[in-house]
Design a protein. Structure first.
Ligand SMILES: [Zn+2]
Length: 105
């Protein structure tokens, strides 16, 4: 999965956390067969909850590309792509790292 966070490619130790782009920390999680880098387990939890919500709503089995803009406080406006298909959404997490607000945009 290709991931762009606030205009920069992310998802590895070199490029930054797959959700927030931070380069500190050392947490890895397998998501859809990709070993992704996260700054902490909380970001990984939020990321997985977000991916699962997208899959549930779209019926997709995977996501090719994910563009994320925003942060924890403002919420995030995202575009998920699978082949030619595009799915735009807004997501804001709650304090437990669960999907608090989810809107298709
Ligand atoms: Zn992070």
């Amino acid at each position: 999965m290709k991931i762009i966070v606030n205009g920069k490619e992310a998802g590895s130790k070199e490029t930054g956390c797959a959700l927030c782009g931070a380069t500190w920390g050392e947490y890895y999680e397998d998501v859809d067969g990709d070993r992704l880098f996260f700054c902490c387990d909380f970001c990984a939890l939020e990321f997985k909850n977000m991916i699962n919500e997208v899959k549930k709503r779209t019926g997709w089995s995977k996501i090719d590309e994910l563009t994320i803009n925003g942060n924890y406080y403002t919420g995030r406006t995202c575009v998920a792509k699978l082949g030619e298909k595009e799915y735009k959404f807004y997501v804001k997490f709650n304090e437990e790292g669960e999907v608090g607000i989810f809107k298709e945009v």
